[in-house]
Design a protein. Sequence first.
Length: 94
Amino acid sequence: MNDTPTYNVNQIFAGFVGAVIMVLKKKGKIAWIPASIAVLTGTASATYLTPLVGKVLGDTDPTHLCGYAFLMGVLGLRGVEWICEKIGIGEQGK
């Protein structure tokens, strides 16, 4: 039995789109390096958390997993931003 998770390209793409949407929702101008890091972080969060979320919820339907990947892309990115705000990273001009 193989316990290695399989990452579906559709899930990775859904996580990427979720992360991009979160970056585009940010107010003000965002430099391309922090925006790129945010998108990569959101995509990575979605890629690695989607199989776990599906397993915890007992839902392995590929369509639902793509939806979870999208949400993880958006929420994973927001979680990283929240942690950065709490520890004072990325506060420019303060």
